[in-house]
Write a protein that binds this ligand. Structure first.
Ligand code: DX5
Ligand code: ZN
Length: 222
């Protein structure tokens, strides 16, 4: 794995051929598989849950599964995802009654905790949590759907989170999620992101390997 990770979001994959789709992006060089969980409650859409995560593991997916929970409540579902083979589990602070408890719960179940910040969510949520996190997910769209347009203020937010991560002296991944494509991935990397979620830009392209190569070329041309 390189210092920069690309995490294709299977939200934009062909769900009727999910195993093949995941194999294809891994063969194309994906570092993580981003797994969007939506509950038609915290966000106005409904997607996939622990059985699908477990099925991907049984299918042979060896790269970490990066579970992005857009659900309320959060805690009930965490042990199920740990059992299903999740690597990272990120959640939205607004969706948890007790943020610190949820972080501990994810860690206790052997997964790596992440906090997901919506475009209008302030960074104060990191004040007492950053030292316990393995990942900060900066949303560059409002959560709920793939294929939305990148919100430019996410770049300033990435810069600010990167500055905070530098002060704590332990590795925390900085992930950007929403509207990321070949044309703006370099700006995200320059702002400090090291982990890049892309759904429609990858699964909507004809050649996944070519798209991943183009994204990596943009990042390394920084
Ligand atoms: C949005 C999801 C994203 C989404 C990204 O709520 O969290 O992970 O799949 O899709 P694109 O890359 O198409 O914006
Ligand atoms: Zn996501």
């Amino acid at each position: 794995m390189s210092a920069h990770w690309i995490a294709p979001s299977i939200l934009s994959a062909d769900f009727a051929r999910l195993g093949e789709e995941v194999d294809a992006v891994i063969a194309a060089g994906a570092d993580l598989i981003h797994f969007d969980v939506m509950d038609n409650h915290y966000v106005p859409n409904l997607t996939i849950g622990p059985p699908v995560c477990e099925a991907l593991r049984k299918h042979g997916v060896a790269v970490p599964i990066d579970v992005h929970l857009m659900v309320r409540p959060v805690d009930r579902i965490v042990p199920d995802f740990a059992r299903a083979g999740a690597g990272f589990i990120s959640f939205h602070p607004e969706a948890s009654e007790h943020i610190d408890r949820t972080i501990e719960l994810i860690r206790e179940h052997g997964c790596r905790p992440g906090l997901a910040l919506n475009p209008a969510t302030p960074l104060e949520y990191l004040d007492y949590t950053l030292e316990k996190l393995d990942l900060v997910l900066v949303m560059s769209v409002n959560p709920g759907f793939g294929g939305q347009r990148f919100i430019p203020s996410a770049l300033r937010k990435l810069e600010a989170v990167r500055r905070r991560i530098e002060t704590i002296g332990r590795p925390v991944r900085l992930e950007v999620d929403g509207g990321v494509k070949v044309e703006n991935i370099q700006a995200c990397a320059r702002a400090g992101a090291d982990t890049f979620v892309a759904g429609s830009a990858i699964f909507g392209s004809a050649d996944y390997a070519a798209t991943l190569r183009a994204m990596r070329a943009q990042i390394s041309a920084l």
